[in-house]
Design a protein around this ligand. Structure first.
Ligand SMILES: Nc1ncnc2c1ncn2[C@@H]1O[C@H](COP(=O)(O)OP(=O)(O)O)[C@@H](O)[C@H]1O
Ligand SMILES: [Mg+2]
Length: 358
């Protein structure tokens, strides 16, 4: 989105009275909490069934907009109300999934972050291609007819949270299993399937924040996804699961904090820099604010990245009062939610709000 569109989005806005708005889900309480700390008004768009839960947090949320469906976010009434409160909308990990791509990319409210990244995030092939073109190490991608060297993880399109992914060791096995899934109607478009080298090592999810205002990249934390059933395999032999016909899934249940070995940090940082620079080049103005690289660290401390998120990830909820890294940058409790609000505040002070919204 070019500058002219950004200025249209901000038309009629009172920049001294901004409201930070998001959907009541994912990391919204952290975002609201951080916005309050930085002196902003806050607004949550919430569905009826969640009013009871989110209503407890009136000290964090100034305004609620209750909707029947998430996609009502893009209705004229909701957009008007958001605009009348000078809202800057923060897209979190559930945003595109809940409101749909057209609403997410077309929302007539300033968004903190890079809208043009949404469609790329939604396309597994485009996503991996962006990482590769940034020269970030990634697992090998196989095509349906290439021989598999070692193990491969097969990712089905639209399989939410790793449910339905499977691990295989040969081209024949993959072909057979995909055929069975197509026959059962569980996969419609085999060309959308991703076949990737299965990385042996431990998973780690690196959180970053790119500040256009300070022109600097910060590491804000790291987490481990706690995934059922794969993370239970130390409790039960996989053969026993196989006996009863259970294929372990990668369904996210929660997030576990991790502090990285300090000697890994320079490499982790350089991957983040590559990501920032590549997005600046191919999707100007480039990534804004929080993003996450998801990777596996092997026994020789090599790190490969198997996916990214261009928005705030739920793993940051671990650090509502700041992480070991944000404390080093800021010397005060600084969650990613607060960091977003701080960036917006700094941008307003320097008359540069248009450089953090799209
Ligand atoms: N190449 C890989 N090697 C090893 N494990 C992987 C690989 N790709 C994904 N995983 C595992 O599968 C999980 C889900 O995969 P991911 O690509 O992140 O899909 P999504 O988050 O969209 O469900 C990851 O969190 C990780 O545990
Ligand atoms: Mg993932």
């Amino acid at each position: 989105m070019g500058c002219s569109v950004v200025s249209e989005l901000l038309e009629g806005y009172d920049l001294d009275r901004l409201t930070i708005a998001t959907l009541a889900s994912h990391s919204s309480l952290q975002i609201a909490h951080g916005a309050k700390k930085e002196g902003f008004s806050t607004l949550l768009v919430v569905t009826e069934d969640r009013v009871g839960f989110y209503g407890q947090f009136k000290h964090l949320v100034d305004y609620f907009i209750v909707v029947r469906r998430w996609s009502d976010l893009c209705s004229r009434e909701v957009v008007e109300e958001l605009r009348s409160r000078n809202s800057v909308f923060v897209p979190h990990g559930s945003f595109v999934e809940y409101v749909g791509m057209d609403c997410a990319t077309g929302l007539s409210v300033p968004i903190f972050g890079l809208r043009s990244l949404f469609p790329i995030e939604a396309d597994q092939h485009a996503k991996m291609e962006l990482l590769r073109s940034a020269e970030i190490p990634t697992p090998t991608t196989y095509s349906l007819d290439s021989e598999i060297d070692g193990l491969a993880i097969v990712k089905l399109p639209g399989a939410k949270g790793g449910r339905g992914y499977f691990i295989a060791s040969s081209r024949q096995e993959i072909a057979e299993r995909l055929r069975a899934l197509v026959d059962r109607g569980l996969v419609s478009d085999v060309s959308k399937v991703i076949i990737q080298e299965y990385l042996v090592g431990v998973t780690a999810y690196f959180h970053y924040f790119y500040s256009p205002v300070l022109e600097r990249l910060e590491i804000t934390g790291a987490d481990i996804r706690y995934e059922s059933d794969v993370d239970s395999l130390r409790r039960i032999p996989i053969e026993k699961l196989k006996e009863i016909g259970v294929e372990p899934t990668f369904t996210v249940v929660g997030n576990i904090p991790v502090v990285l070995r300090e000697s890994l940090l320079p490499a982790v940082y350089s991957y983040g820099e590559k990501f920032v620079n590549k997005t600046k080049e191919v999707l100007p103005p480039g990534v804004v604010g929080p993003f996450c690289l998801e990777g596996v660290v092997d026994r020789d401390a090599n790190i490969k990245i198997f996916e990214f998120s261009g928005r705030i990830v739920a793993g940051t909820n671990l650090y509502v009062n700041g992480s070991p890294y944000t404390y080093l940058y800021w010397d005060e409790p600084m969650s990613v939610g607060r960091r977003i609000a701080r960036e917006i505040r700094l941008a307003v002070e320097k008359n540069r709000l248009s450089s953090v919204i799209t």
